[in-house]
Design a protein around this ligand. Sequence first.
Ligand SMILES: CC(C)(COP(=O)(O)OP(=O)(O)OC[C@H]1O[C@@H](n2cnc3c(N)ncnc32)[C@H](O)[C@@H]1OP(=O)(O)O)[C@@H](O)C(=O)NCCC(=O)NCCS
Length: 198
Amino acid sequence: MTLADVTDVSSIDRLSFDIPWSKSSYDYEITDSEHSHMVVLEYRKQDEMPFWQRWLGWEEPVTRHIVGYGGLWNVGGEAHISTIAVHPRGRGRGWGEILLAGMIQRSITLRASEVVLEVRVSNDRAQNLYRKYEFETERILDAYYRNNNEDAYEMHLHLESEATARFQRRYADLLTRRPFSNEYSTVPRPPVKRQGFF
Ligand SMILES: CC(C)(COP(=O)(O)OP(=O)(O)OC[C@H]1O[C@@H](n2cnc3c(N)ncnc32)[C@H](O)[C@@H]1OP(=O)(O)O)[C@@H](O)C(=O)NCCC(=O)NCCS
């Protein structure tokens, strides 16, 4: 995710959550936080081109749409999924799974020992996705969400060697079923902008 993506990300956020993040929160996560690893999922479509342009060897134009996004904090060896959402019109097509798998893959690259998240007790869809990737509920957080005092499940995925190997098999299978390119898991985090006198 870059600053140029924030407008599209914010509009998916507003359609997805009762308490959306402010645009400045995204700016902070992208430019200032050294713990944050934000990601967007893009759908890229090759545009039609008149034959004469193809004949002249022009490059095929590509339209890119941001269809989902996620955020990860890596603190003290623990990766924390801070947010994940897919545009309402794109749900149920496997895109949330690609995002989650990408974030777990990134957590492994960052050598995190576990991935943690909170989810509303009423959010069956997200919980099913997390359980599919072997997250387990370890705690119930009372009245965690301030808009309606709903409880949260705190779910964990421990990345010990056998669980990591199982994840890698599932990830390889996902790549065969839904080919996608992952530019997120391996790229280093951009350097954090430092402010100060020097
Ligand atoms: C949660 C969310 C990211 C899932 O993304 P998605 O693209 O719809 O999910 P996918 O199509 O990748 O489905 C992955 C898995 O999620 C679960 N799932 C998806 N749609 C579901 C539904 N309608 N009912 C129950 N489970 C569902 C299933 O386990 C599914 O795996 P399967 O296809 O093998 O059964 C998306 O629904 C979303 O943006 N929700 C609003 C924001 C949100 O709640 N974020 C989570 C905050 S903790």
